[in-house]
Design a binder for this molecule. Structure first.
Ligand code: SAH
Length: 229
């Protein structure tokens, strides 16, 4: 794809103004801290990544509210607290170089991860969303994110094993292919559950010969679907 012809976002667009300004981002970070996010690396990155550029301009003034917002195709960009929480859990294992994200959506979560780890691999089953996210990565010069148009049930075997895997849509159960692509000591974080209101944030840690599963807080995610669209 002729990405190099895409115009980069200007510094003014990245900085934002009014409801998308640095002051507003700082207020979001303060709120995240009050809500219990402790990892200063996560807080710093969320204070700098321009979340308002990962959605349509028409709703960008709401970018820093603690809500999930529509991104097209019936999908949503997760609320800042959930992005922060899942990122914090993911980094908790120590050294994380290579991460797989399933469900690129707007690209915001991948962008946050890309500032915290060496390399992010992210896949999405809806082509129009993936293309928009790729355009954002290019216009914001995020260079350590690789994308793929695929059903993430199969993970990304050619690139595995991964130090960490994050799933940002909710399956009824975690696909085996994903846990199998975890490196030893690696961690997978995924919302699991049939319906909204029944999903629990689940963390799987791979040890030498077992998978340790822990379930945590109740969350709301769009469903994990199979096939491409
Ligand atoms: N991480 C995204 C959240 C987007 S919502 C963000 O920061 O914006 C979840 C996304 O997961 C949707 O875009 C949906 O299309 C995608 N998804 C659902 N099931 C999937 C699957 N099996 N493989 C890949 N992507 C999937």
């Amino acid at each position: 794809m002729a990405w190099s012809t895409l115009e980069k976002f200007s510094q003014a667009e990245i900085a934002g103004i009014g409801m998308t300004s640095q002051r507003t981002r700082n207020r979001m970070v303060e709120r995240l801290q009050q809500q219990g996010i402790q990892d200063s690396r996560v807080l710093d990155v969320m204070g700098s990544v321009p979340r308002h550029l990962f959605m349509d301009e028409a709703i960008a003034t709401r970018a820093y509210e603690d809500v999930a917002l529509p991104i097209g195709g019936g999908q949503t960009i997760s609320q800042p607290f959930i992005v922060a929480r899942m990122t914090e859990i993911l980094l908790g294992t120590g050294s994380v170089n290579k991460v797989l994200e399933v469900g690129t959506g707007s690209g915001y979560q991948a962008a946050v991860l890309s500032r915290l780890v060496k390399k992010v691999y992210t896949c999405e089953r809806i082509l129009t969303l993936l293309r928009k996210a790729e355009e954002r990565f290019e216009r914001l010069a995020f260079q350590n994110i690789r994308t793929r148009y695929s059903d993430g049930s199969w993970g990304w075997p050619e690139q595995g094993p991964f130090d960490a895997i994050m799933v940002t849509a909710a399956p009824e159960s975690i696909p085996d292919a994903l846990t199998c692509q975890l490196a030893e000591g690696g961690r997978l974080v995924c919302p699991v559950g049939r319906r909204e209101g029944e999903q629990l944030l689940t963390v799987v840690t791979r040890t030498e010969d077992t998978f340790n599963v822990e379930t945590g807080e109740s969350v709301r995610f769009v469903p994990f679907l199979s096939g491409k669209s």
